[in-house]
Ligand binder design. Structure first.
Ligand code: AMP
Ligand code: TRP
Length: 330
């Protein structure tokens, strides 16, 4: 049986990069695979300095945005990582047998640690906790964006190493599930869309705010005047069309760009229409959930209960295989 698990940090508002790279896939997968698990990984979000009130707010916002995006608590478990203490328990177990060198080679670690004077050990251990998140549910498929592929490779190493020592075949080797939109570029067209770079479109932004961001967004740099033919293959706006617009529109955009029948603003207006059509229902649901926060809390409580049942069973078996099971008088 395929088991789906994924996680996301509560590190600010969801943006369309997260949505297209991961969350939209979660919504599809929960329909196909009953028993999928989706986790707000709040323990991953405390590896640097942070404001406690802001974190509390962001944990709320992330849970609400995921439900608004279409995670259905009657189909999948949505929960907070810190509500299931087995995540940190299994993480410690994996840490005891994890070569430090492999952790130091992780791109995300190098990027983050490079800017720090004093590096918290938690930042180095971050992917070990991520492996524990996944393996605690013995999940074998993990829908994420491209930036997480390296972390999943490490998760497979961890599973393999533990299995070799304590129980062949116990943990599956989790594979990433990527989408065609595995790496959405920011509005500057230069770097990956990312909250920390300030080049995002938030999932819950108003129609007008989205337009204010799309209007000046980068397109094919060779296309200076409206009469210049463009190359959609190098245009970030075209990539977004492929993500949001129906196929017929994508074909029309392709032709009208290459023949200069449309200018970039015309093209962006059409994109805006299709983006708004997909994002408006999400925004509406987010507002309903903001008015009725108990629905968010109920979903999280149910999700944590489901998750813990599986997590406790895994830990019982892990401890038994490692000689850590409850002592008995023989
Ligand atoms: P993060 O916001 O970095 O915690 O990422 C949450 C999820 O969104 C992960 O699965 C990422 O791989 C994915 N993701 C983040 N940014 C992008 C992007 N620009 N394009 C595609 N996927 C992304
Ligand atoms: N590291 C992931 C990110 O930055 C978040 C994450 C934590 C995760 N645990 C996970 C993703 C488990 C998938 C599975 O996006």
């Amino acid at each position: 049986m395929t088991r789906i698990f994924s996680g996301i940090q509560p590190s600010g508002e969801l943006h369309i990069g997260n949505y297209l790279g991961a969350i939209r896939n979660w919504i599809t997968l929960q329909q196909q695979h009953t028993g999928s698990l989706f986790c707000v990984v709040d323990y991953h979000a405390i590896t640097g300095n942070y404001d406690t009130d802001l974190l509390r707010q962001r944990r709320w916002d992330m849970a609400r945005s995921l439900l608004a995006s279409g995670i259905d608590p009657s189909k999948a478990a949505l929960f907070m990582q810190s509500d299931v203490p087995e995540h940190t328990e299994l993480s410690w177990i994996f840490t005891t047998n994890q070569p430090i060198g492999d952790l130091e080679r992780q791109t995300q670690f190098k990027d983050k640690a490079g800017t720090m004077e004093s590096i918290p050990a938690g930042l180095l251990m971050y992917p070990v906790l991520q492996a524990a998140d996944i393996l605690l549910y013995r999940a074998d498929r993990v829908p994420v964006g491209e930036d997480q592929v390296q972390h999943l490779e490490l998760s497979r190493d961890i599973a393999r190493r533990w299995n070799a020592r304590f129980g062949e075949g116990f943990f599956p080797e989790p594979q990433p599930l990527l989408t065609p939109t595995r790496r959405i570029m920011g509005l500057d067209g230069k770097a990956k869309m990312s909250k920390s770079l300030g080049n995002t479109i938030g999932l819950l932004e108003s129609d007008d705010d989205i337009w204010q961001k799309l209007r000046p967004a980068a397109t094919d740099p060779q296309r200076v005047r409206k009469s210049d033919p463009g190359n959609p293959d190098v245009c970030n706006i075209f990539q977004l069309h492929k993500a949001f617009s129906p196929e017929a529109t994508v074909a029309e955009v392709d032709t009208n760009c290459r023949t200069a029948a449309w200018g970039c603003i015309d093209c962006k207006k059409v994109l805006h229409t299709h983006m708004v059509a997909e994002l408006t229902p999400i925004r509406t649901r987010a507002q309903l959930l903001a008015d009725e926060p108990s629905r968010v809390l109920d979903a999280l409580a149910d999700g944590a209960r489901t998750a813990r049942t599986i997590a406790q069973e895994t830990m019982r078996e892990v401890k038994q295989r490692m000689g850590l099971d409850p002592l008995k008088v023989s």
